[in-house]
Design a protein around this ligand. Structure first.
Ligand code: NI
Length: 160
């Protein structure tokens, strides 16, 4: 495994649409392993492949406090949404910034795993928010595009 460089806002790769994964091979598994390591190392709750410069529909996530609920989403699609939540959101590609975004409160997702098998996921609260945020990355969308009306990005202390 190796750490990959996280692209930041000025990198146009973040604005492109990612292509579906068709080959579930070692190259994909290397990417997933590297993304996992990069996400944990940087303390993020999710990471999408375009954030490491790869335009493929691949996401890794772990929204748990104990960092033990790791999931991999390949070719993810939102199948159902319910309710709404309003809260602050950040992104590893916009370091030190935060903004208020309204998202669905419950989100169901179908996605393939690293072997290509389709699986179903359900997230509520932060997990639902993260599903939406990461899947947006695959279509070149950043959370700052979706700020609530009247909201602007604000600075947060990077070191907690
Ligand atoms: Ni992000």
């Amino acid at each position: 495994m190796a750490l990959r460089n996280i692209r930041t806002e000025e990198d146009s790769v973040l604005r492109k649409t990612s292509r579906p994964v068709t080959d579930f091979n070692e190259r994909l598994w290397d990417l997933l392993d590297d993304m996992k390591e990069t996400m944990y190392k940087s303390g993020g709750v999710g990471l999408a492949a375009p954030q490491v410069g790869i335009l493929r529909r691949v996401v890794v996530m772990d929204v748990s406090e104990d960092r033990n609920e790791y999931i991999e989403l390949i070719n993810p699609e939102i199948t159902e949404v319910e309710g709404s939540q309003t809260g602050a959101e950040g992104c590893l590609s916009l370091p030190g910034l935060c903004g208020v975004v309204t998202r669905p409160n419950v989100v169901k997702v179908k996605a393939q795993n690293r072997e290509g098998k389709w699986c179903l996921y359900k997230g509520e609260g932060l997990k639902a928010r993260c599903f939406c945020h990461e899947i947006d990355h695959l279509d070149g969308i950043l959370y700052k595009d979706k700020l609530d009306e009247g909201e602007t990005l604000f600075r947060v202390d990077a070191e907690e």
